[in-house]
Ligand binder design. Structure first.
Ligand SMILES: [Zn+2]
Ligand SMILES: [Zn+2]
Length: 533
């Protein structure tokens, strides 16, 4: 039994883990990369034939977890794709949207390529591949056991992140050995508006835990609401346009709900609000249909016969023509995807609005390294957007508390729910965020390690199920630069030797906690050494 970390290691996108049990292989998530160098990474050859993969299980519908599945199908994958019911419905919307965006982007690139005499490119997948992938979906209910392959069972727990999101318990059986592996997927906040708190999981030998906000704390709910309200009202005073780049699933519905609440208490008048997304209508419809899986607050609102996602003045914009017409509007709120401005309608709105100091951009979500959104947030004064140089004079705001991800306290609280002291693999976070969470876990007496891309890890039955906490606290030591390098070299050689010598379960059991702690220690030392340079 083995897990191989193929994506989302020390980065936030491209979630993909290969699990092998009794000679059978399956994927947990197969997401796309977003940001720098994404095109190359997404088209990266698999080191194994897609027909060797017998199943795919998806934690949720977000593209960074599910987005490459149609590509896998295009390459010959024939197995089943397991996900919760609402996730399957969202995938129908998201994959089609993604294929459409890829088609437009490839056509645009190819127009440029042909002028330069460069070879033409092909999109990652098209609508036909999406249709083929949708036929392989196998919807499951929360909190039920599902045998996905002989010897492999999965159970989905509500992860409180977006509609249909799940943390998965995966039970692997090989002969008389049984290993329980949990994949957190993306975890929501403990105190949340749209979704319930992530369901606690008590048992696992190993657990993958996301670490998007492993080194940050969100503002509280009341503060976030107050901040959002004041930014919106201040921005509207300038009589310009307010752009809200937003994930069209979950975040956009939350924004609509917040604007509605502002109108309810009289602080916001009816005004033009454009939800500029072809899939916005469909996604919002799914949020209405599955409102029973949402938070109590939203359920209470819906129970009064009210639509929680319909503020006054709202227009759903579907066609590209209607979207372009918004360019002529100079006052109002525009909500459009993608959330990190890596594509979608928001790009053309930014191109048309960023030069004007009367306009405002409100970021309500995480901006990944290398994305257009991140460069705007980081204070760029000029950017090339969709082939044009644009000076940035618009006012930029960031509201972090809306995150559909838990913060460092939420992540730690979720990890502490386990009663079996699993070994945690810290994934899905930028380097510093993963390190912070790994350290926090260690300091709480929980074993953790940060896998590197492509790293295989043997899943050993019961080997790390211990009653006592094996965590080792990391001492703070000041060292000279040359000393640090020397120690690091020796340590890494020793570790490598250890890794080669570890052949049996017996030895692994004794050495595992020490090994994982050493690894964290090594990486921290590495960071320190870098800082000293
Ligand atoms: Zn997600
Ligand atoms: Zn994610």
């Amino acid at each position: 039994m083995e897990i191989k970390f193929l994506g989302a290691t020390q980065e936030v996108t491209g979630s993909n883990y290969l699990v092998e049990c009794d000679g059978r292989k399956f994927f947990v998530d197969y997401g796309i990369y977003q940001g720098r160098d994404d095109d190359r990474k997404n088209k990266e050859e698999l080191f194994l034939s897609p027909s060797e993969i017998e199943a795919v299980v998806l934690t949720h519908a977000h593209m960074d977890h599910s987005g490459r599945v149609p590509f896998l199908v295009k390459r010959g994958f024939k197995g089943k794709i397991w996900a919760t019911k609402p996730t399957c419905e969202l995938l129908n919307v998201l994959w089609h949207d993604s294929a459409h965006l890829m088609k437009e982007e490839t056509a645009w690139k190819n127009r440029k390529n042909s002028r330069k005499g460069l070879p033409l490119e092909e999109p990652l997948y098209d609508a036909m591949d999406v249709e083929d992938a949708l036929k392989l979906l196998s919807p499951i209910e929360y909190e039920t056991e599902n045998e996905i392959l002989p010897g492999v069972e999965i159970r989905a727990h509500n992860a409180g992140h977006i509609l249909g999101s799940s943390a998965l318990s995966i039970t692997l059986k090989e002969g008389d050995k049984e290993v329980c592996l949990v994949s957190s997927g993306d975890l929501g906040q403990m105190e949340s508006i749209m979704e319930p708190a992530p369901a606690p999981i008590k048992k696992a030998h190993y657990a993958l835990i996301e670490s998007t906000y492993g080194n940050r704390k969100h503002k509280g709910l009341a503060d976030t609401r107050a901040e959002f309200r004041s930014v919106v009202l201040k921005a509207l005073k300038d009589k310009g346009k307010v752009l809200i780049p937003s994930f069209v699933i979950d975040r956009a519905q939350r924004i609509l709900y917040e604007l509605l609440l502002m109108q309810e208490d009289g602080s916001l008048p009816e005004l033009p609000i454009f939800f500029d997304s072809p899939m916005g209508v469909k996604a919002t419809e799914l949020y209405r249909r599955y409102s029973g899986t949402l938070s109590d607050e939203v359920q209470r609102f819906a129970a009064k016969g009210r639509d929680p996602f319909a503020p006054l003045g709202l227009t759903y914009v579907s066609s590209p023509d209607e979207s372009r017409k918004i360019n002529a509007v100079d006052f109002g709120i525009v909500i459009a995807g993608s959330g990190m401005c890596t594509g979608g309608r928001i790009v053309h709105h930014l191109k048309h609005c960023l030069w004007n100091p009367k306009n405002h951009v409100i970021f309500v979500g995480y901006q990944g390294y290398g994305t257009l959104g991140r460069r705007i947030v980081d204070g760029a004064t000029e950017l090339r957007i969709a082939g044009e140089d644009v000076a940035i004079a618009a006012q930029v705001h960031t509201i972090g508390g809306f995150s559909a991800h838990g913060d460092c306290d939420d992540l730690l609280a979720w990890a502490k729910n386990f009663e079996t002291n699993p070994l945690f693999f810290v994934v899905h976070g930028e380097r510093m965020a993963s390190h912070a969470l790994a350290t926090n876990l260690q300091q709480a007496g929980i074993c953790s390690m940060i896998p590197t891309k492509g790293q295989p890890f043997q899943l050993l039955a019961k080997s790390v199920l211990k009653d006592e906490a094996p965590g080792v606290t990391v001492p703070e030591v000041e060292v000279e630069e040359t000393e640090a390098v020397l120690v690091l070299n020796v340590l890494s050689r020793l570790l490598e030797e250890l890794r080669c010598n570890l052949k049996s379960d017996m030895k692994m059991e004794g050495i595992m906690p020490l090994l994982t702690s050493s690894r964290t220690l090594l990486e921290m030392a590495g960071d320190k050494a870098k800082k000293m340079k």
